[in-house]
Design a binder for this molecule. Structure first.
Ligand SMILES: [Ca+2]
Length: 319
C-alpha cells in the first residue's frame, strides 16, 4: 500500500475468515438471499481477506463461494460481487479480453492498466490471460489493434518499459530534442513519440520533460494537452505523471455517470480496482473538480443493492 494515498477500504480488524464464511453461508442458504450480509462482508473486506474467506468457505462447505453467491443474485449487483470474488489478475484479464473482443474497442481500460501498472503486475496479468484464453495478451492485442498508439500499448504489454533510469546520462536530452521535433511537425511523428513513451522509465520521462520545457518554452504536458486527444492523450499524460492518477480516475468516474445512462462496467471496475489504493483521494479530486461528491453521483445513477455495494466499497459506513 502506498502511504501517499488514502484508500477507502482497509483490512478489517479482528478478521476471522471462518466466521465470515459461515455468515455468508447463512446469508445464501435459505429462501432468497440476505444481501445486506453479502455487502457487509464482501464489500468491506480487502482482496487478501476475501481470498482467505473463499478458502475457508471451500474447507467448511466443500463448495465454490463465487459460484454459490453469483447463482443467487442478478444484474449489476452480481457483476460487483463477481468482480470482488475474482482474483485480481484474472479480473483484469477478463476485462481486457472483453475490450479486445468487442467491436468498438474502447481502450480506456487498457490504457489505465498498462500505463499505471509495473512490468511485474502486467506480466502477472499476461500469465492469467494465457491461462484463461489460451492466447498471449500481446498476441491478442496484435491481432485486434493497429496504429501507432496501439503499438505503444502493445510494447507496454510486452513489459518492455525500462523501470530504472537509463544508463546514458544525456539520453533524456536527446529524447527531448527528438520529441520536440516529433510533436511539433505538421504531421506528428507518432512512431517516435510512442517509442519514447512506450519504453522509457518514469524518471527518464520526467527529466526529458524538464529539458523539453527548457528548449521549447512550453511544458511537455501543455503540448500533449493541446496536440493530442482521447485515449492517446490520456496515455501520454499518465506515463508522464503517473501520480496524476487520482485526477484521471475522478474524470473517468464522472464521465461514466454524467448525463443520461451509466457506463456500469467502468464504474464497477474503477470502484473495485481503486478502493484499496486511492479511492479517498479520488473522492476529494471529484468533489473539488465537479463541486459535487462522488457518493452523491453514485446515489443518483445506481439503485438497490448495486448502489449499496458501490457505496460500501467507496467507504460509506455500515447502515
Ligand atoms: Ca447518468
Amino acid at each position: 500500500m502506498n502511504p501517499n494515498f488514502n484508500p477507502s477500504l482497509k483490512p478489517v480488524e479482528n478478521f476471522d475468515a471462518y466466521n465470515d464464511a459461515e455468515n455468508l453461508q447463512n446469508a445464501i442458504k435459505g429462501v432468497g438471499t440476505d444481501s445486506k450480509t453479502l455487502i457487509n462482508i464482501l464489500c468491506r473486506r480487502t482482496d487478501d481477506q476475501r481470498i482467505k474467506i473463499v478458502k475457508a468457505y471451500s474447507q467448511l462447505f466443500n463448495k465454490n463461494l463465487q459460484h454459490e453467491i453469483i447463482s443467487g443474485i442478478t444484474g449489476n449487483f452480481q457483476n460487483v460481487l463477481f468482480g470482488l470474488l475474482t482474483p485480481k489478475n484474472e479480473f483484469y484479464a477478463n476485462e481486457i479480453y472483453e475490450v479486445l473482443s468487442s467491436k468498438s474497442k474502447i481502450l480506456d481500460l487498457i490504457v489505465d492498466v498498462l500505463c499505471l501498472m509495473t512490468n511485474k503486475e502486467i506480466n502477472d496479468i499476461s500469465n492469467a490471460y494465457q491461462r484463461l484464453y489460451d492466447k498471449s495478451l500481446e498476441q491478442h492485442m496484435r491481432e485486434q489493434l493497429s496504429g501507432h498508439f496501439e503499438n505503444m500499448l502493445i510494447s507496454l504489454a510486452e513489459g518492455k518499459r525500462i523501470e530504472n533510469p537509463m544508463d546514458e546520462k544525456n539520453a533524456f536530452q536527446v529524447d527531448a530534442r527528438l520529441l520536440k521535433e516529433a510533436i511539433n511537425r505538421i504531421f506528428k511523428d507518432e512512431a517516435k513519440i510512442v517509442e519514447v513513451f512506450g519504453c522509457r522509465s518514469t524518471e527518464h520521462l520526467k527529466l526529458m520533460a524538464k529539458e523539453y520545457e527548457a528548449i521549447k518554452g512550453v511544458s511537455l504536458e501543455d503540448d500533449i494537452k493541446s496536440k493530442f486527444h482521447g485515449c492517446f492523450k490520456d496515455a501520454l499524460l499518465l506515463r508522464l505523471n503517473p501520480e496524476s492518477q487520482c485526477k484521471h480516475f475522478s474524470r473517468r468516474l464522472h464521465r461514466s455517470m454524467a448525463g443520461i445512462g451509466t457506463n456500469d462496467s467502468t464504474l464497477i471496475r474503477i470502484c473495485i480496482s481503486r478502493c484499496e489504493i486511492d479511492m479517498n483521494d479520488i473522492k476529494a479530486e471529484f468533489q473539488s473538480k465537479f463541486s459535487e461528491s462522488l457518493m452523491s453521483f453514485i446515489k443518483g445513477d445506481t439503485s438497490g443493492n448495486y448502489k449499496k455495494a458501490l457505496l460500501a466499497l467507496c467507504g460509506e459506513a455500515t447502515d
